[in-house]
Design a binder for this molecule. Sequence first.
Ligand code: NAP
Length: 256
Amino acid sequence: MIFTSKVGLIVGVANKRSLSWAIAQAVSLEGASLALTYQGERLEENVRELAASLADPLVVACDVTDDGQVDAVFAAIDRQYGGLDFLVHGVASADREDLARPFVETSRDGFRKALDVSAYSLIALSRRAAPLMDKRGGSSILTLTYLGSQRVFTNYNVMGVAKAALEATVRYLASELGPRNIRVNAISAGPVKTLAASGIAGFSSILQAYRDRAPLRRTVEGSEVADAAIFLLGPAGRAVTAEVLMVDAGFHAMGI
Ligand code: NAP
C-alpha cells in the first residue's frame, strides 16, 4: 500500500479503456485517495460510474483549455484534502482531419488546439499543482507521451509535434520544480486501443507493426503502463525526474 494517505489528481479519464483509468485503478489499489476530472457533460456519467468503484473520490469538471475550470479543480482539492502528492496528466486531442490528411495540410487553428490541449495543459496544471504539492514536501507529476514525438508515424502528424513539445515541457518543469522536490516525468507508451487512439487513421496497422517488430513481439496493456506509473509516482522512483520512460515492448530500439 505505497500510496496510503497520499492524494492524487488524475486528469484524462474518458472511459474504462483510458490509460489514465488504468493508472487510477492501480494507485487506488495501493491506497491513494483520488480526484478525477471529466471533460464536459458528455463524459461526466462515464467518469462518475468508474469513480464509484474507488474509495470516496472527488469528481470535478475540467476542460484543460478553460483556466477557470482548472482553477476550480485545485481549489476543490485544497478544500477536500489540503494538499496534493501526485498528478497524472493523460490528456491529448487533435482535430480528426489533421490525423488523416497530409501533415503539410495542418491548419493553424488545428496546430494551436493540439498544442494547447496536449502540451500547454501540463504547464497549466503543474503551475496550480505545485503550491499544493509544496504542502506535502515531495511530489510527482507524470504525463503520457508517444514515440511519434521523435519518429514519423503515418497520420500521427500534429500530435507528434505536440508530443515533442510535451516532452520538452517535462524537462523544463523538472528543472524548475526539482528544487521543491517535485519530480516531473513521462511514460512513452506503446499503442493501446483507446478513444484517443481511435482518432488516428490506420491505428490498427501501427498495432500490427509492434506485434511484428517489437523485441517482445507484442503490444502493451494499460495495466503495464500503470505499473510503470506506480514506479514513477511512488517512492521507488524518488531519484528519477526529467525522464521519458519507454513502456513499449522495446519497439523504440528497432531499426530495419
Ligand atoms: P483517452 O482515453 O481518449 O484519453 C484522452 C483524454 O483526454 C480523454 O479523456 C479526452 O476527453 C481528454 N481530453 C481531450 N481534450 C481535453 C480537454 N480540452 N480537456 C480535458 N480533457 C481533454 O485516450 P488515451 O489513449 O488513454 O490517452 C491518454 C494519454 O495517453 C494521451 O496523452 C495520449 O496521447 C497518450 N498515449 C496514448 C497511447 C495510446 O496508444 N492509446 C500511446 C501513447 C500515449 P475527450 O474524449 O472528451 O476528448
